[in-house]
Write a protein that binds this ligand. Structure first.
Ligand code: ATP
Length: 355
């Protein structure tokens, strides 16, 4: 497995007249650790697949370098980069048996047959395909075919990295959990460097050690699930991660107070906002307390979703969401207070330090 270095990567598929800055990837520079499980997460069109294809060699970046363990692979083919790929839709040989499909990448590289059998049997067990080993792939369900694809991605232990492009899209929802935890287990066991593209936050947060959040062609944050939740470095991350996402309220700063509408909220120290044209306060619904004390709020709607209640309310003239435990009470003349731990200040969408 290898450490993946991305240095000054930018990519434009074609610059349209009048739009010289039409970059699908604007600037990506980062070193990804050997053996790390990274999820690329973001909405449709943010550049996840472009970045994955640049790592695999399917796309050559307009600018920048890709290094595997310090070796420049920017102009090497996918084959020469020695990586395994699992795509959104199964890529398998229909006329071969399940066993032979998994054995193919190994036999193709001249791995001795005894070793092929040992490795393929191990992966057949892990993917739950063992009882179908002798079946032809043709005629199997899309779920099972995709499991074969996953198995083929996982069978080689000599690859530099395994890249996954939304591999669970065609998998039945109840099987997704199982496969995700199997992937996680395999990662722990074999220490693969994995890069996994998804637009599903649950998938990213359960699979990855580090989640790479992308937005409009840029990486806006790389962090553990806890870091993304507690300290979103961009308002987009706050909004995209969490359900409901972070409340983002237009604000002004007055020394060590932040003003939202007609409300003033004391914070520990003055935030560094010099030169910013737009200030916002971000607070997750879980960090707002609803009770009889604090600032005025008007509850507009309560959604009971089983283990929690989501309260929709108007605060300082803006809509906010508050998450309460299942048995949380909503007083008739409710007021709110913000947990200081949960307050983030943003200047032009980027989080600024207050401590
Ligand atoms: P999705 O989740 O929908 O696959 P994504 O985050 O993977 O989206 P990309 O597919 O990398 O995003 O696309 C990034 C941008 O590049 C988009 O604006 C897209 O329209 C554009 N793009 C992608 N592939 C091409 C291509 N082959 N030619 C021209 N533009 C492209």
């Amino acid at each position: 497995m290898a450490k993946i270095g991305l240095h000054g990567i930018r990519h434009a598929y074609g610059v349209r007249p009048g739009r010289p800055n039409d970059y699908a990837l604007k600037e990506v520079s980062h070193d990804w650790e050997d053996g790390g499980a990274y999820a690329l997460l973001g909405p449709s069109g943010c550049g996840k697949t472009t970045l994955l294809n640049i790592i695999s060699g399917l796309v050559t970046p307009s600018e920048g370098q890709i290094l595997f363990d310090g070796r420049d692979v920017t102009h090497l083919s996918t084959e020469e980069r020695n990586i395994a790929q699992v795509f959104q839709f199964p890529v398998i040989y229909d006329t071969m048996t399940v066993f032979d499909n998994l054995a193919f990448p190994l036999r193709n590289r001249g791995v001795p047959e005894a070793e092929v059998r040992r490795k393929v049997n191990e992966i057949l067990e892990i993917t739950g395909l063992a009882d179908r080993a002798k079946r032809k792939a043709r005629g199997l369900t899309a779920d099972l075919k995709q499991k074969i694809s996953l198995g083929r991605g996982l069978v080689r232990s000599d690859v530099n990295a395994i890249l996954f492009d939304e591999p669970l899209t065609v998998i039945d929802p109840h099987m997704k959990w199982q496969l995700r935890s199997q992937l996680k287990m395999l990662h722990r066991q074999f220490g693969f460097t994995m890069v996994y593209v998804t637009h599903d936050q649950t998938e990213a947060l359960t699979f990855a050690d580090k989640v790479v959040v992308m937005y409009e062609g840029e990486i806006v944050q790389i962090g553990t699930p806890a870091e993304l939740f507690e300290r979103p470095s961009h308002t987009f991350v706050g909004y995209f991660i969490g359900s409901p996402g972070m409340n983002v309220l237009p604000a002004q700063v007055d020394g060590a107070s932040i003003i939202v509408g007609d409300q003033s909220i004391a914070i520990d120290r003055a935030p560094k906002i010099a030169g910013a044209s737009r200030i916002e306060l971000g607070i997750r619904p879980e960090f707002i307390r609803l009770g009889r004390e604090g600032m005025p709020v008007t509850v507009t709607k309560v959604e009971d979703i089983g283990r929690q209640k989501i309260v929709r309310a108007a605060f300082a003239g803006k809509p906010i969401a508050i998450v309460l435990p299942e048995d949380g009470e909503i007083p008739t003349d409710a007021r709110v207070s913000f947990d200081p731990q949960g307050i983030n200040i943003y200047a032009d969408s980027w989080r600024v330090a207050v401590e």
